[in-house]
Design a protein around this ligand. Structure first.
Ligand SMILES: Nc1ncnc2c1ncn2[C@@H]1O[C@H](COP(=O)(O)OP(=O)(O)OP(=O)(O)O)[C@@H](O)[C@H]1O
Length: 306
C-alpha cells in the first residue's frame, strides 16, 4: 500500500513534468525554505495544518478522514487536536481515557485506527470548559506539540480552531509547517472567512496546499434529489480566485456525521462510498503537493534529482 502511494506520487509528479525522479513517502520537512529559523519536530516529516475561517464547516471531520485516508495508503500519520477550547478529535476517533506519561514529563500519544493522536480533550474532564486566556491556550498547544512522544510520522495533521488567532500563529511560529489545507462550505459567508484564513497562512509563510469544499451538495436518500443547501460552486470560485487547487468536494451526508460521532469515520466505516473515495483522492493530492515542493535537506535533494 505504501509502495502504491509512492508510485502515485511519482506518477503524478512526473505527469506534471517535474524534474523529480525518485520520491519517498512523506519527504522530510519541506518547509525549511520558507520557515528556515524554526526547528522541526524530530520524528515528524510533514506537519499539515487544517484550518478554516468559520466554525462548524467540517474541519475536524476533514482532518480525521484525511488522516485515515493517508493511513489506508500506508503512511504513518498523527493527528494533533489544536482546538484547545472545543476538542472533538477524541470523539471522532472513538477514544477516551488518559494518555500514559511514563516519565511524568512527556506523554504517549493515544492510538486509534492506526493514527497517533493527542488532544487537550484527553487531559481534562469531558464537560470541563477551557476558560483560558490566549497565553494559556498557546502554552497548552506548545506542550501538546513538544511533550507528546510522537512516533516516526510521515504526516502530522494539526486540526486548528476556526479563525485566525493566537493558536494559528503559535503553530506557524513554533514549528515548520509544510502546508495548510483550508476547509470551507460553498456559502459566501464561509468562503469570505476562508479567504482570511488563506491570507493568514500566506502572511506567516505557510504554503496553502489547497481547499476542501465540505457540504457541497445534499442528495436526498429517498428520492435522490440533489440540493445545494449551502450554495453551489463557492469552493471552486475561491480556488480559482486565489489560484490554489480544490482538493476535493464532499457532500452533506448523514453518514459522514453519524460515522464521525460513532468514532469510526466514513473512510473506515464505508471505504467503498463516494465520500471515502473523495477523501482518498484529496489525501493523494496533498501527498503529491508536498512531495513536489522544493526541499533543502541535502541527502534527500540529492536522491530526488533525476
Ligand atoms: N460532509 C458532512 N456531512 C454531514 N455532516 C457533516 C459533514 N461534515 C461535518 N459534518 C458534521 O458537522 C458538524 C461540524 O463538523 P466539525 O466538527 O468537523 O466542524 P469544525 O469546522 O471542526 O467545527 P469547529 O468550528 O467546532 O471546530 C459535526 O457534527 C459533523 O459531524
Amino acid at each position: 500500500m505504501r509502495a502504491e502511494l509512492e508510485a502515485a506520487i511519482r506518477a503524478a509528479v512526473q505527469a506534471e513534468g517535474s524534474q523529480l525522479a525518485r520520491l519517498e513517502l512523506g519527504q522530510r520537512i519541506t518547509s525549511h525554505a520558507v520557515q528556515p529559523k524554526l526547528s522541526p519536530l524530530p520524528t515528524v516529516r510533514n506537519v499539515i495544518a487544517v484550518g478554516s475561517g468559520k466554525g462548524g464547516v467540517g474541519k475536524s471531520t476533514t482532518a480525521v478522514n484525511l488522516a485515515l485516508a493517508l493511513v489506508a495508503e500506508g503512511a504513518r500519520v498523527g493527528v494533533l487536536d489544536a482546538d484547545i477550547y472545543g476538542p472533538s478529535i477524541p470523539m471522532m476517533l472513538g477514544l477516551s481515557g488518559k494518555p500514559d506519561s511514563p516519565d511524568g514529563k512527556s506523554i504517549e500519544p493515544m492510538r486509534a485506527h492506526g493514527v497517533e493522536t493527542m488532544s487537550i480533550g484527553f487531559l481534562v474532564e469531558q464537560d470541563t470548559p477551557m476558560i483560558w486566556r490566549g497565553p494559556m491556550a498557546t502554552s497548552a498547544l506548545t506542550q501538546l506539540l513538544n511533550d507528546t512522544r510522537w512516533g516516526d510520522l510521515d504526516y502530522l495533521i494539526v486540526d486548528l480552531p476556526p479563525g485566525t488567532g493566537d493558536i494559528q500563529l503559535t503553530l506557524a511560529q513554533k514549528i515548520p509547517v509544510a502546508g495548510a489545507i483550508i476547509v470551507t462550505t460553498p456559502q459566501d459567508i464561509a468562503t469570505l472567512d476562508a479567504k482570511k484564513a488563506l491570507k493568514m497562512f500566506e502572511k506567516v509563510e505557510v504554503p496553502v496546499l489547497g481547499l476542501v469544499e465540505n457540504m457541497a451538495v445534499h442528495v436526498c436518500s429517498h428520492c435522490g434529489h440533489a440540493e445545494h443547501i449551502f450554495g453551489e460552486g463557492g469552493g471552486q470560485r475561491m480556488a480559482s480566485q486565489y489560484d490554489v487547487p480544490l482538493l476535493g468536494s464532499l457532500p452533506l451526508q448523514r453518514e459522514i456525521r453519524e460515522q464521525g460521532d460513532a468514532g469510526v469515520p466514513i473512510v473506515l466505516a464505508q471505504p467503498d462510498s463516494a465520500a471515502a473515495a473523495a477523501y482518498r483522492d484529496a489525501a493523494r493530492r496533498i501527498a503529491v503537493a508536498l512531495a513536489g515542493r522544493p526541499r533543502v535537506t541535502p541527502s534527500i535533494s540529492a536522491s530526488l534529482l533525476s
